[in-house]
Design a protein around this ligand. Structure first.
Ligand code: FEH
Ligand code: ZN
Ligand code: ZN
Length: 343
C-alpha cells in the first residue's frame, strides 16, 4: 500500500537482507484477506490510530521457504518450509510470554507483516524473529498460508467456545468464505456440535455442506428462524460465529443464539449489535476476538497434517492481485485467494 484510501500498487522493492536473529523467507503464498480491503478504505487518521504507517507491502497470511538466515539463527535452515505467525509482538510482555502475541501490550496486534510491516505479497518476506516461523514439515506451503489467519482466527474463537459445543449443541457460522469455510471444518474436527452455515451466496452454501456443515441456510430475514429450527427444541444455538460483522449478520446472530450462548464477531464489516435487556437472550456472552496465539497456530497446522481441515485456495500471480482484491470485494471468491509469486 502506498497511499491512503487507494488501491494497492505493484512496485519494485529491494530484496530484504536478514540481520541478526532474522530470516528471509522466499514466499510460497500469501492469502488475500477481507481485512486488506478495510486497510485500503481506512482514512489516514484511522491507519495512524492503529499505528500503521504507509508505505508497506500487504499480506499478513504467508508461508514459504527459508531463503537466508541472519547471525545467530539456528532453529531453521535454508530450504525449510515454514508458516509465518502474523501478529508480531514484543516477545517480552505478559501476553507475549504466553504466546498471545496478538494481544501484545506493546504492539497491540499491529505492526507485523502486511499490517504496517512489509508483508507477503512479494517474492521475499523478512521475518523479524525466528519465533514467528512455524515449521511445516511435509505440509504444502501454498495450502498452509491461509491457515495462519483464515484458519487461526476461527480456531482461536472456537477454542474459547468449546465448553458450549458438546453433544446436542448447535454452532452457526455466518459467512462461509475465507474464514468461514475453515471454521466449518474446524468445528467438525474439534467439537460435536451440529454445524449450520449461513451465507448470501448459494455456491458458498453448497461448498459449506461439502465441507461438513450439517445444514446450510440462506442469509436474510428468515435466517434466524431457519437456524433455530435446526437447534434442539428450537431453543437457539449455543454458539454463533459471525465472520462478516455487519448489522444484518449481528442481528441474525442475536435472533439465532439461545440463552447462555455465545456470539463471537470476527468480521470487520463495521456493524453494531444493540446489547440491552430484550435484544439478546439471557446470559449471552458477546466476544470480538482477534487472530490467535503462536501455540494455536501449531495446533491448526496439526489439524491440517491430520487431514481434518484444508484451505480451498485459488492461486493468483502477483500482477493479478489488484483484480483479485476487486473480486474479493464483490464477494466473488470461494475459499481463499492466495498470491503465488511463481504462478
Ligand atoms: C487484520 C487487521 C485488522 C483487524 C483484523 C485483521 C485480521 O484479518 C487478522 O486476522
Ligand atoms: Zn486477515
Ligand atoms: Zn508483547
Amino acid at each position: 500500500m502506498t497511499r491512503h484510501q487507494s488501491a494497492p500498487e505493484l512496485v519494485e522493492v529491494p530484496d530484504p537482507v536478514p540481520g541478526p536473529g532474522q530470516v528471509r523467507l522466499r514466499v510460497a503464498a500469501a492469502g488475500a484477506c477481507h481485512s486488506d480491503l478495510h486497510l485500503m478504505e481506512w482514512p489516514a487518521e484511522q491507519m495512524v490510530g492503529q499505528g500503521l504507517r504507509l508505505p508497506f507491502t500487504l499480506g499478513h497470511e504467508s508461508a514459504g521457504w527459508v531463503d537466508a538466515v541472519g547471525a545467530g539463527v539456528s532453529a531453521v535452515r535454508v530450504g525449510d518450509a515454514c508458516a509465518v505467525y502474523g501478529p508480531w509482538g514484543c516477545g517480552h510482555c505478559r501476553a507475549c510470554a504466553r504466546g498471545a502475541e496478538q494481544y501484545c501490550e506493546v504492539t497491540h496486534g499491529m505492526g507485523g507483516p502486511g499490517l504496517g510491516g512489509d508483508g507477503g505479497m512479494a517474492e521475499y518476506l523478512l521475518v523479524d524473529d525466528v519465533r514467528h516461523l512455524v515449521p511445516l514439515g511435509d505440509l504444502d506451503p501454498v495450502a498452509a498460508a491461509p491457515l495462519t489467519d483464515a484458519g487461526l482466527t476461527p480456531y482461536h474463537a472456537i477454542r474459547k467456545a468449546l465448553p458450549l459445543l458438546g453433544p446436542g449443541s448447535t454452532a452457526v457460522v455466518i459467512g462461509a468464505g475465507g474464514l468461514g469455510h475453515l471454521g466449518i471444518q474446524i468445528l467438525r474436527a474439534i467439537t460435536s456440535a451440529r454445524v449450520v452455515a449461513v451465507d448470501v451466496a448459494p455456491g458458498k452454501l453448497v461448498q459449506a455442506l461439502a465441507l461438513g456443515a450439517h445444514a446450510a441456510v440462506p442469509a436474510g430475514e428468515d435466517a434466524a428462524a431457519a437456524i433455530r429450527a435446526q437447534t434442539v427444541g428450537g431453543l437457539g444455538a449455543q454458539a454463533v460465529f459471525d465472520m462478516v460483522g455487519s448489522a444484518a449478520t449481528m442481528a441474525t446472530a442475536a435472533a439465532a443464539v439461545g440463552a447462555e450462548g455465545r456470539i463471537t464477531v470476527v468480521g470487520l464489516a463495521g456493524g453494531a449489535l444493540p446489547f440491552r435487556f430484550g435484544t439478546v437472550p439471557f446470559d449471552v456472552d458477546v466476544s470480538l476476538p482477534y487472530w490467535g496465539t503462536r501455540g494455536e497456530l501449531f495446533e491448526v497446522l496439526d489439524l491440517a497434517r491430520a487431514g481434518l481441515i484444508r484451505a480451498h485456495v485459488e492461486t493468483v500471480p502477483l500482477a493479478g492481485m489488484p483484480a483479485a482484491y476487486d473480486r474479493l470485494r464483490a464477494g466473488d471468491v470461494s475459499g481463499r485467494i492466495v498470491m503465488v509469486p511463481s504462478a
